[in-house]
Ligand binder design. Sequence first.
Ligand SMILES: [Zn+2]
Length: 303
Amino acid sequence: MKILLSAGHGGTDGGSTGADRGKEKDRTINLANKVANYLKNAGHTVTVNTEKTSNGSWRFKNRSGYDFALSIHFNAFDGTATGTECWYKGTQKKASTLSSAVANVLEIKNRGAKATTTLYMMNIGFDNLLEVCFHDNSNDLNKYNANIDKVAKAIADTINGGSTGGSTSSSSNNNSTSASSYNGNSIVDYLKSIGQDSSYNNRKKLAQAHGISNYTGTAAQNTKLLNILRGSGSSSSSNNSSYYPKYNGSTSSIVDALKSIGVDSSYNNRENIAKKNGISNYSGSASQNTHLLNLLKQEKLKK
Ligand SMILES: [Zn+2]
């Protein structure tokens, strides 16, 4: 593919300022170059440039001639906002997968795909605009600084639609669903059998990505993760992988019920779950929560 990477800001436009006083324009070009290396490694033709010219005017007027064009930015707000998000106009393109891939690497909130009609880069036809993290939040920034290569690879792998190879050992964002012939009960052996990193850290990331919060590697969590991964695989068990496991307890609290089956019960996640189950205006009201709980009890709560 011919890929265009636009490093946010540039020239006299420094962009926002990070918790370390670093400029957004320096971080974006540094990351864009690393992403480009991974993509070139995988055989793509990549152009990298700053979004603004030296005098601060927009460099790109359109994205014609490229198969995929990504604009890379770092967010800033009040020093406490956190997470990864990715913008799109019209169709999502890779917004949702880019956002989750980066958030998974950084282990920060996945703010997800966001629609816009006003961002310049989107209006000139760029496919997505990625806000890697909030670099004015020292926690986001520290995690980013510790994982720059992994973030670059996660972005490159997502654009590539599969691993770009290369030197970092992060397979955590590889959500490929290779079939496995392994039939035992060990999550470690199962991951090995599909060629994935079976380390505790990667299992923790996988657990998080599949709604198991507070992963500590207990037998119950490992079994649950194994079942989820098998369920989402391309072969074998066809049991309700699109629904949460049935809740059999007696609590009247959706929060407690979700916790008991190892699912993230935060407001944000409940809002996500609500959306997937037809509640678009979730506010956490008693009737909405009861509705979700009833679905969960009937094994009808969609993931
Ligand atoms: Zn920016």
